[in-house]
Ligand binder design. Structure first.
Ligand SMILES: Nc1ncnc2c1ncn2[C@@H]1O[C@H](COP(=O)(O)OP(=O)(O)OP(=O)(O)O)[C@@H](O)[C@H]1O
Length: 604
């Protein structure tokens, strides 16, 4: 289970309301007053109807004219407040939605680590928020409509009590419906939590089955039917739980509706008897019929709006949960933060590092010690799952180690100003983000701290990433839109996307740490080889600030260009040294290098 319960409805409502009200106080108040006013006008009409009926029955012309006038006036007011309220509400929703979305991005991206994006239990929790963030915007409409429904119900009750005090009991008959709605919403949320994994799996399988990237594998392996079966199984497993919850809720709702109907029947009997005995007027009967009928509708609306609001809050509570995490992070005892050094003199030392991913049992590193000397290019090699990418995550402060420390020129990374550290880090990753922007934008995103980026800088970054040739083929040079789903956008191959990502990673000047986690795996071996040999040379030239490059690659022809090579095996360093030393050692590295070199020669 995730480390913390989801926040309750009241806290979530206050939180969502606070964010929106702070950004648009006038709209908030306007919406919350006008929408309910339109509702209340509905009940007043019933009162004027009673006056009208009594006026007609008693033959009092003045009362009839007054009642008609009031009916017309209330109608106009109800219509006008309804129309303006709806307009305001719409504007408010759009504006508040934008603020909420902005906060969501800020909160999610602002968390120091990436645990919430990688841990399955936390992903299950965040999934509805990512997919249905827009539901949170409806919280205010749901709230305004609920306040309106409650206001109308209250006014209806006051009017019913004026006919016969016993009619105040009418809402008791509607109470089960309200309780049933609340329970149904809670059960639905619990079912959502329980079936989060199945839902994600099903969506993942549908995405695989219909996406462009897996299209080839799907055809070669004839995976369509198998994926469909798996997706159907995941859907069934999720659906079974949710259908059971829906049926139980439907059963309870039928019972609650029967109780409401009994209340309506009782009202008619009571007031009808009063008219027969002369204790009530015909107008009272008309009022009671209209209001009692409206009462079940009103309570139904209260129930519906409550359900709607609770549904919005269920999604909002995930937002608050994320927000709480950010708050907890901010409220950690504020240790004096050490400034990030302008240049590295010693380098980075990983000392006695022990780490396992939160929520898992397996140690990825157990007492790992590694030195990354300042101004040097260090390569890490090792089989799949050896811990290479995890090492990078720890160096960038995405996770904290359980024991040991990452020392930056002797200072524990945990004591450094992490944001400032990250501003001095850069990198490119195999699972890079394909930013479908112009080439210039996709590259300059790598250094937003720079006051302005001239074209020469972008060209330099693209050249360093070996993408000059690619640029020549693009119709509008740096202004070319990437991604075919945009007007005039061009399609890039996997390797070309990687080149753009690498250029983004290389645009920052004088980084203290450059992590290159298989950033060119989609390039051919020759191109990668030439690129890194050139990169390693320029990195040595630029090593004045003591910047460190950490390269992860499975290609030994590339790795040999590094100053220092670390061979990882299941989280342990089994060999290290430069290429020549490791070859002389005749160990694991030498063996793998020879296998690759032979395969490479054989393929030529
Ligand atoms: N987010 C995660 N949660 C739990 N375990 C993880 C997570 N990411 C990686 N692991 C586990 O940590 C171990 C090391 O993974 P890592 O990605 O660091 O290996 P790697 O050496 O980079 O592998 P590759 O060469 O395949 O990229 C693997 O066993 C992997 O299953």
């Amino acid at each position: 289970m995730p480390d913390q319960e989801l926040p309750g409805a009241v806290r979530t409502l206050a939180f969502t309301f606070r964010i929106a009200a702070r950004s648009h106080p006038g709209l908030t108040v306007g919406t919350l007053l006008l929408v309910p006013a339109a509702w209340a006008a509905g009940s007043l009409q019933a009162l004027w109807l009673k006056q009208l009926v009594d006026g007609v029955v008693g033959g009092v012309a003045g009362a009839v004219v007054l009642a008609i006038g009031l009916l017309a006036l209330t109608n106009v007011i109800g219509w006008a407040t309804g129309a303006i309220g709806a307009r305001l509400n719409h504007t408010f929703q759009e504006k508040a939605g934008l603020v909420l979305e902005q906060r969501l991005i800020e909160t999610s991206a602002g968390l120091t680590g990436i645990e919430h994006l990688e841990r399955p239990d936390q992903l299950d929790r965040l999934d509805p928020l990512r997919k249905e963030a827009w539901i949170v915007h409806w919280t205010f409409e749901a709230l305004a409509e609920l306040v309106g429904a409650v206001a109308q119900t209250t006014l209806t009750l006051v009017l019913l009590a004026s006919v016969h005090p016993a009619l105040l009991l009418l809402p008791l008959f509607g109470l089960p419906a309200v309780l049933v709605a609340r329970t149904a919403a809670r059960d639905e949320q619990a079912a959502q939590e329980r079936t989060g994994e199945e839902r994600r799996r099903q969506r993942h399988l549908v995405k695989l089955g219909s996406g462009a990237a897996p299209g080839k594998e799907l055809r070669v392996f004839g995976l369509g039917p198998a994926l469909f079966d798996l997706s159907r199984a995941a859907w069934r497993s999720e659906h079974r739980v949710r259908i059971r919850v829906a049926w139980v809720a439907a059963g309870r709702k039928v019972a609650a509706t029967l109780i409401m109907a009994a209340g309506f029947g009782g009202t008619l009997l009571l007031v009808g008897a009063g008219v027969a005995t002369g204790q009530a007027s015909v107008g009272d009967l008309a009022l009671a019929v209209v209001l009692a009928a409206a009462m079940s509708g009103n309570l139904g609306m209260v129930v519906g709006m409550t359900q709607w609001l609770v549904g919005c809050l269920a999604v909002g509570s995930r937002f608050l949960w994320l927000h709480d995490r950010a708050d907890r992070e901010r409220s950690l005892p504020d240790q004096p933060r050490v400034a990030v050094p302008e240049r590295l003199t010693a380098g980075i030392s990983l000392r006695g590092l022990s780490f396992r991913y939160p929520g898992t049992d397996r140690m990825i590193f157990d007492d790992l010690s590694v030195e990354l000397p300042a101004g040097r290019v260090t390569a890490v090699v090792g089989e799949n799952g050896a811990g290479k990418s995890t090492l990078i995550k720890l160096l960038c402060g995405m996770y904290r180690a359980e024991a040991g420390a990452v020392l930056i020129d002797g200072v524990d990374l945990a004591r450094l100003d992490l944001e400032a550290w990250r501003r001095r880090c850069t990198g490119a990753f195999q699972d890079h983000a394909p930013f479908e922007l112009t080439v210039r934008e996709a590259v300059t995103l790598g250094d937003l701290d720079r006051a302005s980026t001239d074209d020469a800088t972008v060209h330099r970054a693209l050249a360093a990433a070996g993408a000059t040739g690619l640029l020549r083929t693009l119709p509008d040079g740096l202004d070319t839109q990437l991604g075919t789903t945009w007007p005039g956008g061009v399609a890039l191959s996997g390797g070309q996307w990687q080149q753009v990502a690498l250029a983004r990673g290389l645009i920052r000047e004088q980084p203290l740490l450059t992590v290159l986690d298989e950033p060119t795996a989609a390039l051919d071996a020759h191109t990668e080889d030439a690129l890194f040999t050139r990169y390693a040379e320029s990195a040595r030239d630029r090593s004045r600030a003591g910047g460190i490059t950490l390269l992860v690659s499975h290609r030994f022809s590339t790795v040999r260009a590094a100053d220092h090579i670390i061979v990882l095996d299941r989280g342990r360093v089994i060999e290290q040294g430069d290429h020549e030393t490791l070859l002389r050692l005749g160990g694991h590295y030498a063996e793998l290098y020879r296998i690759q070199a032979n395969a490479y020669r054989g393929s030529e």
